[in-house]
Design a protein around this ligand. Sequence first.
Ligand code: SF4
Length: 495
Amino acid sequence: MFSHCPASTIKEKCGVFALFAPDEDVARLTYFGLYSLQHRGQESAGIAVSTNRKLVCYKDMGLVTQAFSEKVLTIMKGESAVGHVRYSTTGSSVERNAQPIVAQAHHHIAVAHNGNLVNAALFRDELNTNGGLKGTTDTEIMAELIARNPAPDLETAITDCMDRIEGAYSVAILDRTGTIYAMRDRHGIRPLCIGRLGNDHGWVVASETCALSIVGAEFVREVNPGELVRIDDFGPSTVYQLESPRSATCVFEFIYFARPDSYIHGRSLYYSRKTMGMNLAKEHPVDADIVMSVPDSGTPAAIGFAQQSGIPYDEGLIKNRYVGRTFIAPDQRIRALGVKIKLNPLLEAIGGKRVVLVDDSIVRGSTSSQIVRMMYDAGAREVHMRVSCPPVKYPCFYGIDMAEASQLIASTRTVEEIQDIIKPDSLRYLSIEGMVGACGLPKERFCTACFNDEYPIAIPQQLQLDKLKFEDPSSRAGVKNGIDLKPDMTRVFDT
Ligand code: SF4
């Protein structure tokens, strides 16, 4: 749907891409950038372009390829663009949920956000005095804080906003003149990088480096924690820097969220995941015939485990890669299939074997139970489960809505108790040291709060109580039409 956009009202999640390239087909290139960030959100996609000092925005439900047609991209001419892909927790209409959010008051901007503010509630009443807040999303609050700021220049409005908001935010902002701003919270929890188009034809801002090559851009640098970067005809320049006590990059980006071909802090995520698997094999060796992964996210760690242990790697579970997106309500018979909707075992590969089964994480545990049962049903003689991160014990307030504490299988259980529930022959997790060591940076550079309760940003008590206040449990991320798509890991990027 096109709009000259009123502010949308969303509580949402995500991948961010922006492009400053006045001579290029910016909407089309942004489409391809979003396409490569599709793993960060599949619920909706949107692009806003600046054209003749106006913002034009189009967003719709579905994958990038479903939301945009050739006709739409052809119409969307402009000098600069900002785009967004989203993973929802509420599943309501595109007007309510999709980004970019466009806000127009003293300033006219389009905002694309990945993260989660922890103090958004402080500003709700202030912004609602004259009405105009349509939803409960922190992205809308951020956009309105900036747009309604009477400061004569947009930069002051943005820096005022940065001074006031707390939490995780990696944000791209487009103004109606085509200038792009990239801003990142003082801890740099979610990734955000800058790239340069070939022949100096323009500049890119993206959640991940994997989105650069698809548009012919090369990596220049990451946006620093607490930094505000302006991108215009003169290229990128730092225009503000918040005090940054320490960086606290989400270690789950290294474990699972970001694409394995992306780099964060100059480190290959594929290589980090493979090293996690190698460390896992060192910490928890086992006598077995074959190493298999829970695809796809467990595969690099499984390969690392196999290389370190000398046990051969083989595929044992085939994943249907198209399950993540369905609009057709399944009947009870289909629902009862559970994880079989996504995974099918290779009987010849598994039968009679002692299997090391490597997964990247266990959150709620229900999927893991089903997969272990599937392995035994397929004829596995033994199943030794190895997990390439520590037990997830605490909830995330910085943009990953993985589950409430009470839903985390490890929140109140020992590894032995979890093994009794999931029922493999053995269950072992990678240590925090083994996980962080594989990422190639000191532990102090990461957020590891969901493993050890060490939250880098204080969480207001009310936020903890309100975390799920606005959410309908039946429409939580990962649950669509009654199918729990990834019941073990409801991974959501909260904005
Ligand atoms: S709590 Fe966990 S998922 Fe959330 S930002 Fe920290 S490491 Fe990442």
